[in-house]
Write a protein that binds this ligand. Structure first.
Ligand SMILES: Cc1cc2nc3c(=O)[nH]c(=O)nc-3n(C[C@H](O)[C@H](O)[C@H](O)COP(=O)(O)OP(=O)(O)OC[C@H]3O[C@@H](n4cnc5c(N)ncnc54)[C@H](O)[C@@H]3O)c2cc1C
Length: 464
């Protein structure tokens, strides 16, 4: 029996079956997402155990789904019916921080918060900053997580130098390493990054670190319309100031996130009542005087670009605002949002994209609010429309608009199970067919996370 063999591989204490399986293992944080109870949850402690689990699953034809911290927003770690969850919570060691080479080597269950804490005593940071610090690095790699600092540092993909991973055949491969360049055959590291656990299970990662800037400044600028904010972004990026964060937040979202965190930014009522959107820009530097100079010129630029006012926030208020923005998802969820979108478009196309979104909202009598990583064109929208059919139409139109503008269905949350029908419908069939052939090469029996990204035919998920 599979359960007995799994217990032999990882030890009985690291296998949950029946009532021992917690509800947590049945879903992630996707709004209205799928809930599926796995056949078992297995917690391997090393790569050898992961490989043995995969070989067993392949022999028995049982689907496996990797799970990091379960903070995903697209249902990617939701198991297939009758499938097994491979939880990486025990593989949570930081194996090395190599200061000379600016590299960290980690197991996949290490969280962002854990890595940041370990780096606090060094002059280095891991700069990728998706809002949820409890997320695991394995999950970040599998979703190619982005976040607020992508406009300066790029996304997870740009920081994964190498991987150890177990393929769907049970073979273990090591790709890349402590170097930033390699032209030695196909780049398997980058193929696995963003593959949402469908090509391989990541068991070790070599990550790129950067020098830590000590000084930060946060600018907050209210604008009369969202469109006005969006139009500032190309100029800010072109200014050469090199911002760490460029976010837009619409007025409803700003009201919700500041109320949720209990913060008052001190914006006078006369300005607040006219502001339909806010621009938030964070700068960083290794030198105080250079930061002050850049802050001043940025404030001037933003004022010239039509801000109603420009505030340079005190350090505490600045970090509170960024923290509040990180937690925008929880405010949307508390307000009853029915679905989420994270379309990415070329940043200069954000105004046209938001215009189209406003038109869909008007036409369907829906509320669509949001904020986003404006610096890299990644717009996060919460859709409030309880009617599933109407909502499906909105999602389809908004995703199709993003693609027409030269963007992509998901900038960072992934396709998971929640966007796979839209991917199947809207993406180029030749690309989808190639992706499936790549999957077959890595995972010939479709053991790994079938049903994520595209329906690979292993069982069906049910709606929550
Ligand atoms: C409040 C909030 C804010 C967020 N903000 C952002 C944001 O700004 N930017 C952003 O990108 N995301 C954001 N997210 C989404 C989420 O945090 C990321 O998707 C994160 O990368 C998921 O990590 P996880 O460990 O929770 O992965 P899980 O949810 O457990 O899994 C995600 C995917 O990774 C796969 N996976 C996990 N571990 C492995 C492994 N070892 N090998 C292979 N596949 C694996 C899973 O099968 C699944 O497909 C946010 C989420 C929340 C709740």
């Amino acid at each position: 029996m599979i359960e007995q063999i799994l217990a032999d591989i990882v030890g009985a204490a690291n296998l949950d079956v029946d009532d021992a399986i917690s509800d947590e293992a049945t879903h992630d944080e996707a709004l209205g997402g799928a809930v599926v109870r796995p056949r078992a949850v297995v917690r391997p402690g090393c790569t050898t155990e992961v490989a043995a689990i995969v070989r067993l699953a392949m022999a028995e034809g049982v689907p496996l789904t990797a799970r990091g911290s379960g903070t995903g927003l697209s249902g990617g770690c939701v198991p297939s019916e009758g499938g097994i969850i491979v939880s990486f919570e025990r593989m949570n060691q930081i194996l090395e921080i190599d200061v000379a080479n600016h590299v960290a080597v980690v197991e996949p269950g290490v969280t962002l918060a854990q890595l940041e804490e370990a780096l606090e005593t060094t002059d280095l940071i891991y700069p990728v900053f998706p809002g949820e610090q409890s997320a695991s690095l394995g999950g970040n790699i599998a979703t190619n997580a982005g976040g607020m600092r992508a406009v300066k540092y790029g996304v997870t993909r740009h920081h994964v130098l190498g991987l150890e991973a177990v393929l769907g055949t049970g073979e273990v491969i090591s790709a890349g390493g402590k170097f930033v360049k390699s032209t030695s055959g196909y780049d398997l590291t980058q193929l696995i990054v963003g593959s949402e656990g469908t090509l391989a299970l990541v068991t070790k990662a070599t990550l790129r670190l950067h020098p830590r800037a000590r000084y930060h400044a946060t600018l907050l600028a209210p604008f009369a319309t969202v469109d006005d904010v969006a139009r500032t972004v190309p100029d800010i990026v072109a200014s050469g100031i090199g911002p760490l964060v460029v976010e837009y937040v619409d007025f409803l979202t700003m009201a919700a996130i500041t109320a949720q965190e209990g913060i008052d930014l001190g914006i006078p009522e006369g300005i607040r009542s006219r502001a339909l959107a806010y621009l938030v820009v964070v700068l960083e530097d290794h030198h105080r005087d250079r930061l002050d100079e850049d802050t001043e010129s940025l404030a001037g630029l933003v004022a010239d670009l039509g801000a109603l006012e420009v505030y340079v926030l005190p350090d505490l208020a600045g970090s509170q605002l960024i923290r509040a923005r990180e937690r925008a998802f929880w405010a949307s969820k508390a307000a009853g949002a029915d679905d989420l979108l994270d379309v990415v478009v070329p940043r200069a196309s954000i105004p046209r994209y938001l215009e189209a979104v406003a038109e869909v909202a008007r036409a369907t009598g829906s509320l669509i609010t949001g904020c986003g990583h404006a610096g890299d064109g990644n717009v996060h929208l919460s859709v409030f429309q309880p009617d599933a059919e109407v909502r499906g139409g909105i999602m389809r139109t908004v995703l199709a608009t993003g693609l027409e503008l030269g963007g992509a269905i998901s900038g960072e949350h992934g396709i998971g199970v929640s966007k796979r029908s839209y991917l199947a419908e809207l993406e180029d069939p030749a690309k989808l067919a190639l992706m499936r052939r790549i999957k077959v090469a890595f995972d010939p029996r479709s053991i790994l996370n079938p049903g994520t990204i595209f329906d690979a035919g292993f069982g069906e998920v049910v709606d929550r």
